[in-house]
Design a protein around this ligand. Structure first.
Ligand code: MG
Length: 268
């Protein structure tokens, strides 16, 4: 059953989304060679709780992290741990924030230090596929319009879509109906209506589409070891069109007082 949200409920989800966007911006500032995924997890949990939210993933079916941190061939569901990022890695960070009972869910794959042009292409094309899917989140469209837009961009860029993992409705629960596949036919699938809120999340590989579950029962890897990407927004379908509730691409400009001039490190 698809649970539609009122404008007031969408506003409440947007408040959760604001905390989530700020969390991703904070993590982006901390991602560098040498930082461990457990350290990123602790930073995220502290920040989310300081803003009155709860990390949605913590305790979900026994998941121990506040975020998912999935480097390189790991597509999703990486449990944060001792792994230290190194230059050339890419790392997918998935964050869920619950605020006053409403959930926002979003993810981004970040480059660490200097990455290959293949990795850059993977990240850029997967992000573009997300935006193409969001643009189809219009009342009167079908889910297949969203799915196909994602597929066209990702496969058109030479990437593979991970088909066994899909997006989902989101609201008071992290996972609601309907499923949001990242492949499909235009004009097919559930009708999109005002008030639906979807987590749209293309997951791609630079190689073959097959995936396998890791030994911890959580992490999902590309079967061929190729690098993978994951970009996700929570999107509300409104009469005015798609409204992204987790707009991490609009990273706020730092306030002037926070700007440190080049070369000022160590100066007083
Ligand atoms: Mg997510």
């Amino acid at each position: 059953m698809i649970i539609k949200k009122s404008p007031e409920e969408i506003e409440r989800m947007a408040r959760a989304g604001e905390i989530l966007v700020a969390t991703l911006a904070l993590l982006e500032s901390k991602i560098r060679p040498g930082v461990s995924t457990a350290e990123l997890d602790a930073i995220a949990e502290r920040f989310i709780r300081s803003r009155g939210g709860k990390p949605t993933f913590k305790g979900y079916r026994g998941f121990t992290g506040s975020i998912c941190a999935s480097p390189n061939a790991m597509v999703v569901h990486g449990i944060p741990g001792p792994y230290r990022l190194k230059s050339g890695d890419i790392v997918s960070i998935d964050v869920g924030v619950t605020l006053d009972g409403w959930v926002a869910d979003a993810a981004r794959t970040f480059p660490v230090g200097d990455v290959t042009s293949q990795a850059r292409h993977l990240l850029e094309a997967t992000e573009q596929s997300l935006h193409a899917g969001v643009a189809q989140c219009l009342p009167g469209n079908r889910m297949g319009d969203v799915s196909n837009a994602i597929q066209q961009v990702a496969e058109g860029a030479g990437l593979s879509i991970v088909r066994s993992l899909v997006g989902h409705g989101v609201g008071r629960s992290m996972h609601e109906d309907p499923q949001v596949p990242n492949y499909g036919k235009p004009g097919k699938g559930p009708l999109l209506e005002e008030g639906m809120v979807l987590a749209i999340e293309p997951m791609t590989t630079a190689g073959r589409p097959g995936v396998r579950v890791g030994g911890d029962g959580w992490a999902i890897y590309s079967e061929d070891g190729s690098p993978t990407a994951h970009f996700e927004f929570t999107v509300a379908i409104t009469a005015d069109g798609p409204r992204v509730l987790t707009p991490w691409h609009q990273t706020p400009e730092p306030r002037t007082s926070e700007l440190v001039p080049e070369g000022a490190a160590g100066a007083r």
